[in-house]
Design a binder for this molecule. Structure first.
Ligand code: FAD
Length: 491
């Protein structure tokens, strides 16, 4: 339903009236927010968790896919191809960890080569550049850690790896810098449409409310509930769990490219992924689960993961495992559901964003911007939009000379808090000042607690820094917000 606003205040009178409110701040919501920040409109993102990227966008394979897994008839395939191409420019502007290391699909039996050929044809049809069918010799040359049993495969040189939460954090920082409001701990519960003013009033669980002319539902696993809140389409999102093992950066099994098996009908299979920060991921599984909060890992599935991984890379060792975790795919249908609602006014649905949602997300931002324009949102570019955010210095990435300079400017760069990942006090302080006030938020921004000891030595120091910088008391510091309190008594 197209409409023009009858609320001139959106240009700046009433602080609580927005042009667009985005519900959910994962990688979809963050890309949409940043894309909209280019224009002279008031935009807010509301997120039910204490930090952004705490939903599906925090626990996935972190792959920028190669454009050959899906047929172009699907919207997800078209957005994947477009989105993947946008990462280089985004990395230059936003300085998040991303590298085009290339993707390999390894066929372990002759009869899998037919499926590899199909992927090759699909990739070529999709316009993927540089994709290659490989002989056994070629694939072993590209990835010498592969099993000698490999019979051939596919190589997509443009595929890459990204740190998914840092990507979201950088997008959000950029959106905020360009005027977008980000409201966390804001669980949308009620939405009322006023036909007179053609605005939605959105009410959060904690009593806060705001008004907006347009809404985007990018609520991930809960997009079905949010849709019902608006009296919009009645669909159901189910969760499909993916469990992973994380291996220490010293493992001998780290491949130089992402290694996929030949995919099955429901899943791309269990992969071996050299993460962009130097560790190795093995997984994920693909199991339906009734519970949208079920992030448990099981020894049975983890055993299966190692077995599958070892078929491709035999040097994978249980001794290198430092932790396990799980993520939940928001499954709706075969394809993404990104459309203007046919039932509720001024609402864009961004639902069923399972893989390759991370890859597609920059293109989702573009696509949703056009959908909003199509239903009446006027878009005039700002003259002062700034695509860049400040670089955040990292001790582990700096040369000894750069480190000296950093320490000269701020001695806290000389105080290493996390020794596994070489994270200094200054980096933790920067994370907290940027709004990451939980242990997980600090972890995702800095990598402190992500190394071999998994926070065994640094967690208490980080808690103390959070308390010092924010004034929170020991019982208010949490792992990931809400009830996830970590301390029973004072440190
Ligand atoms: C195991 C696994 C592996 C994957 N691997 C890859 C990969 O390698 N490459 C790739 O391209 N894609 C991958 N994906 C897919 C990708 O992770 C998702 O497509 C993407 O993260 C979805 O982002 P989103 O923003 O749509 O959802 P989310 O990240 O879930 O964000 C939705 C947000 O909405 C919030 N929310 C929900 N309800 C409300 C409410 N009522 N009020 C306010 N906020 C609300 C949630 O808290 C959440 O933060 C993988 C997914 C999984 C699970």
């Amino acid at each position: 339903m197209g409409k023009k606003s009858s609320l001139p205040e959106t240009a700046g009178g009433n602080n609580d009236v927005y042009d667009v409110v985005i519900v959910g701040c994962g990688v979809s919501g963050a890309n949409i927010a940043r894309r909209l920040s280019v224009y002279k409109i008031r935009v807010a993102v509301v997120e039910k968790e204490t930090d952004v990227s705490f939903g599906t966008s925090k626990a996935n394979s972190g792959i920028v896919h190669g454009g050959f897994h899906h047929n172009r008839k699907y919207l997800k395939a078209r957005l994947e191809i477009q989105g993947a191409m946008m990462f280089d420019r985004l990395r230059r502007e936003l300085d998040f960890p991303f590298r085009r290391c290339g993707i390999i699909v390894a066929a372990m039996h002759e009869d899998e080569m037919k499926a590899v050929e199909h992927l090759y044809m699909q990739g070529t049809d999709n316009g993927v550049i540089g994709i290659e069918m490989c002989s056994r010799e070629r694939i072993l040359d590209l990835e010498p850690k592969l099993s000698q049993d490999v019979v051939g495969g596919l190589y997509a040189p443009a595929g890459g790896i990204v740190e998914p939460y840092r990507f979201v954090f950088a997008l959000v920082e950029s959106a905020k810098k360009n005027g977008v409001s980000v409201l966390t701990d804001y669980k949308l519960e009620v939405a009322n449409w006023d036909a007179g003013t053609t605005t939605w009033t959105l009410h959060a669980a904690d009593g806060r409310s705001l008004c907006t002319r347009f809404v985007v539902n990018s609520a991930g696993l809960y997009a079905d509930e949010v849709s019902r809140t608006f009296g919009a389409e009645d669909f159901s999102i189910s969760a499909r769990k993916g469990e992973y093992y994380l291996l220490d950066r010293l493992t001998k099994a780290r491949p130089s490219r992402v290694v996929f098996p030949v995919p099955t009908a429901v899943s791309k299979g269990m992969l071996v992924i050299p993460t962009v920060e130097g560790t190795v991921l093995v997984g994920p599984t693909a199991d339906a689960t009734e519970d949208k909060t079920d992030l448990a890992t099981t020894s049975m599935r983890l055993e299966q993961i190692l077995d599958s991984g070892r078929k491709m890379i035999p040097s994978l060792s249980r001794n290198d495992v430092i932790t396990s975790f799980a993520g939940l795919r928001p499954v709706l249908d075969e394809d993404f559901y990104i459309e203007a609602s046919k039932k509720a006014p001024a609402l864009i649905q961004v639902a069923g964003i399972q893989s390759p949602g991370l890859t597609a997300s920059p293109a989702i931002g573009e696509y949703v911007k056009d959908l909003l324009k199509g239903i009446g949102l006027e878009l005039t570019e700002k003259s002062d939009w700034d695509p860049f955010i400040d670089r955040h210095p990292r001790v582990r990435e700096s040369t000894p000379y750069e480190r000296d300079e950093l320490i000269a400017k701020d001695p806290a760069y000389g105080n290493l808090v996390c020794r596994c990942e070489n994270v200094s006090e200054a980096e933790i302080v920067e994370a907290v000042r940027l709004g990451h006030r939980t242990l997980d938020g600090v972890k995702y921004f800095t990598r402190a607690q992500m190394g071999r000891c998994q926070g065994g030595f640094c967690t208490y120091k980080i808690i103390k820094i959070i308390m010092r910088e924010t004034g929170l008391t020991y019982d208010q510091v949490t792992k990931h917000g809400h009830a996830s309190r970590v301390l029973e008594g004072e440190l």
